[in-house]
Design a protein around this ligand. Structure first.
Ligand SMILES: [Zn+2]
Ligand SMILES: [Zn+2]
Length: 187
């Protein structure tokens, strides 16, 4: 979550009764995970100046389109609202933290509230979704051992250039990229 959002949250708390309504859920010591996820989603939509009909995912898409249309540089993902799938775990952790501060977290298991346990201890769950749809993840990178010049290269086959995401060529060491060593486009 972006740091400057803390200030935004405080001003929303003062200005929006809808936001204060959601905050009550985080204050309550008997909220369900469902209540918290729902309230967190609504609160974040308000923080990002969305409308009551927006979801975080629809708002993220809207903001992305606005930025693509108005910016000359690429859109920084961190400037967009979080996805619902990521915000959900954030909201659960916020709830757990609030209850901790209030001394009423004794009954709450961190595993149910946005944390997972691994060897190093508890780590925050970031999201329940892959970074892109499965079919897209499969086509946007290759793992060629050769120079990506044949259609066995999944990038070339889908008519897209190799990129940093490619396993071996990294988008620089193959023939399927606009940039060769002299920075000249390659046909
Ligand atoms: Zn390749
Ligand atoms: Zn590739």
């Amino acid at each position: 979550m972006q740091y400057e959002l803390q200030g935004t949250s405080l001003s929303k708390f003062k200005a929006s009764s809808m936001f204060r309504e959601q905050a009550k859920v985080f204050h309550s010591n008997s909220a369900s995970t469902h209540d918290v996820i729902d309230a967190g989603e609504k609160a974040l939509v308000l923080v990002y100046n969305g409308m009551s009909t927006d979801t975080l995912d629809s708002l993220r898409h809207k903001r992305f389109c606005e930025k693509v249309a108005s910016k000359t540089s690429h859109v920084k993902p961190q400037s967009l609202p979080p996805t619902s799938a990521a915000a959900k775990y954030h909201s659960l952790r916020v709830y757990l933290q609030v209850q901790e501060w209030k001394g009423s977290a004794a009954e709450l298991n961190p595993i149910d509230w946005g944390w997972q346990e691994c060897e190093e201890g508890f780590v925050p769950l970031q999201t329940s979704l892959p970074p892109a749809p499965e079919h897209l993840l499969r086509v946007i990178r290759c793992n060629c051992q050769t120079d990506c010049s044949t259609l066995r290269c999944s990038c070339k086959k889908h008519n897209i250039e190799c990129t940093l995401a490619c396993g071996n060529c990294k988008g620089t060491g193959c023939t399927n990229t606009s940039y060769d060593n002299d920075n000249e486009p390659v046909e």
